[in-house]
Design a protein. Structure first.
Length: 149
C-alpha cells in the first residue's frame, strides 16, 4: 500500500514540476533572437545546444533546437515537387522508415517534413493521390534516382 502512495505522489510532483517549467519558459522569440540563433548555429556544433541556450536567457536547449528547426534558412518550405516525392519513395523502399537519415540525404527538408509528407501523401490519402503515387512508383521502378545516395 505504501508503494502505491509513493508512486502517486511522485507522479503528481512530476506533473507539477513540468507545468511550472512550461509556464516559466513560454516566451515568444524576437527577430533579433532568431538572427542570433542562426548566426550561432554551426553544423559541427549540433550537439552543443546547451551552450547556445546560454545566449538566450529564459530559454533552454530544447527550445533553441525546436526554434532553429522552424527558422532554418536551408530548409525548403511549401509544396513538394515530383523529384522530391520520387526520392522519398525510393528511400523508404530502400531503407524503411529512417526519417533522420532521409533528412541528411535530401538536405533541403527536415525529418518532420519528410515523415509528414510520407504519411499524409503516400499512406493516409493513398486513394485520393492514386494517380500521382502510381506515376512516382513507376518512375522509380524504371529509373531509380542514383544521385541522391
Amino acid at each position: 500500500m505504501k508503494n502505491i502512495q509513493d508512486n502517486t505522489n511522485t507522479k503528481i510532483f512530476r506533473i507539477r514540476k513540468i507545468k511550472k517549467r512550461n509556464l516559466l519558459s513560454i516566451q515568444s522569440w524576437t527577430p533579433q533572437e532568431d538572427d542570433l540563433l542562426i548566426t550561432l548555429y554551426k553544423p559541427t556544433n549540433i550537439k552543443k545546444w546547451v551552450n547556445m541556450a546560454k545566449s538566450f536567457p529564459g530559454k533552454d536547449q530544447k527550445e533553441c533546437m525546436l526554434r532553429f528547426l522552424k527558422i532554418n534558412p536551408r530548409i525548403k518550405r511549401g509544396k513538394w515537387n515530383f523529384e522530391e516525392d520520387r526520392n522519398l519513395y525510393y528511400l523508404v523502399k530502400l531503407f524503411g522508415y529512417r526519417w533522420g537519415l532521409f533528412a541528411k540525404i535530401l538536405k533541403n527538408r527536415n525529418h518532420k517534413q519528410i515523415r509528414s509528407r510520407y504519411y499524409h501523401y503516400f499512406m493516409r490519402y493513398k486513394e485520393q493521390n492514386k494517380k500521382e503515387i502510381k506515376k512516382v512508383s513507376e518512375s522509380v521502378e524504371i529509373d531509380p534516382p542514383i544521385g541522391i545516395l
